[in-house]
Design a binder for this molecule. Structure first.
Ligand code: 13P
Length: 287
C-alpha cells in the first residue's frame, strides 16, 4: 500500500539520512526502482512530473501500475507516490487519482499567492493523509539551451511556508535540475543552515540531485536535508547502457530485438544508479 512521505521523512530527519525521490517514466523505471528499494530495505519516493504523468497515460494509469507492482512484487518497504513540481490543478488531479504525496510548486508566484494556494492544499491533504511538499526559491536548470543558476531562497519566506504546516519544504540553495555547468558555484550551505535554523524539524528537500558531489550531499544531509530528488542521472545511465547494447549489435543477434531484452541493460543501469544513491543518502536498511 502506498504511504504518505511524512513518517519516512520525519525518521530520516531524526536519523540524519535522506530518502531518495527517483522520477519514473515508464514500467521499466518503476520496477527497477521498487526492486532496488526492496533489495536494500530502503524507503523510497517515486516522483512523477506532470509531463511524465501525461506520457504514462494519466495519473490514474500511474496509480494503477504502481499499486499493481507493489502487490505483484511483494514490496514491503514504505513507498510514496509523489507528484513532482505540480501546479495547483495537477496536485488536485493527483490527490483525486490516489497519489499518496504531492508537491505544489508555487515558487514562481509572489510569496502571498504561494502561501494562499499552499494553505488551501494543506487543508485538503491533511484530511486525506497525503503529504505535501512546497517550494520557495525556484530551482534553476537548462531551458532552451541556456543554463540558469539556481535561485537562493529567502530563509524568512521559507519559515512562512513551513509554518503553514507543509510536510516537507524544497528551498532553492543554488541547486539546478539536469547537469551542473563547469562554473557552478556549488550549494549555498550558509542559506541551508539559515533555513534549517528557522524551520527546525521540517524535513528539507534537495532538488537537482544529479551530479552533486558526494561530500556536498553529505553536508546537505547534516544540515537538515532529508529528501533528495534524482532524475537525470537515471536517464543518462539508461541511455548509455541502451546505446552500448545497440552499438554492440546485440539487437541484431537472435531475438535481441525483443523489448524485454533490448531494455534489460538500461533497466539494470537504473538499478545500479538507484543503489549507489541510496547508499550515499544513507537510507539502506532504514525501511
Ligand atoms: P535532476 O534531474 O537534476 O536529478 O533533478 C531531479 C529533480 O529535482 C526532480 O524534481
Amino acid at each position: 500500500m502506498l504511504v504518505s512521505a511524512k513518517e519516512m521523512l520525519t525518521k530520516a530527519k531524526a536519523g540524519k539520512y535522506a530518502v531518495g525521490q527517483f522520477n519514473i517514466n515508464n514500467l521499466e523505471w518503476t520496477k527497477a526502482i521498487l526492486q532496488t528499494a526492496e533489495e536494500l530495505k530502503s524507503p523510497v519516493i517515486l516522483g512523477v512530473s506532470e509531463g511524465a504523468g501525461k506520457y504514462m497515460c494519466g495519473y490514474t494509469t500511474v496509480v494503477g501500475m504502481v499499486n499493481g507492482m507493489l502487490n505483484e512484487l511483494g514490496i514491503t518497504v514504505p513507498v510514496a507516490l509523489h507528484l513532482d513540481h505540480g501546479s495547483y490543478d495537477g496536485a488536485m488531479a493527483c490527490i483525486n487519482a490516489g497519489f499518496s504525496s504531492v508537491m505544489f510548486d508555487g515558487s514562481h508566484y509572489p510569496i502571498e499567492e504561494n502561501i494562499a494556494k499552499t494553505k488551501e492544499l494543506i487543508a485538503i491533504c491533511d484530511e486525506k493523509g497525503i503529504s505535501l511538499e512546497a517550494e520557495v526559491g525556484a530551482i534553476g536548470g537548462e531551458e532552451d539551451g541556456v543554463v540558469g543558476n539556481g535561485e537562493v531562497a529567502d530563509p524568512n519566506e521559507c519559515k512562512m511556508i513551513a509554518d503553514l504546516g507543509v510536510t516537507m519544504l524544497a528551498a532553492g540553495i543554488g541547486n539546478i535540475h539536469g547537469k551542473y555547468p563547469e562554473n557552478w558555484a556549488g550549494l549555498s550551505f550558509e542559506t541551508l543552515d539559515a533555513i534549517q535554523q528557522l524551520t527546525g524539524e521540517m524535513p528539507l528537500v534537495l532538488h537537482g540531485g544529479t551530479g552533486i558531489p558526494a561530500d556536498m550531499i553529505q553536508k546537505a544531509i547534516s544540515l537538515g536535508v532529508s529528501k533528495i530528488n534524482v532524475n537525470t542521472e537515471c536517464q543518462i545511465a539508461f541511455a548509455e547502457a541502451t546505446r552500448k547494447y545497440i552499438e554492440a549489435g546485440k539487437d541484431l543477434s537472435g531475438k535481441g530485438f525483443d523489448p524485454r531484452k533490448l531494455l534489460a541493460d538500461g533497466t539494470a543501469a537504473i538499478k545500479a544508479t538507484v543503489k549507489e544513491k541510496m547508499e550515499l543518502f544513507g537510507s539502506v536498511g532504514k525501511a
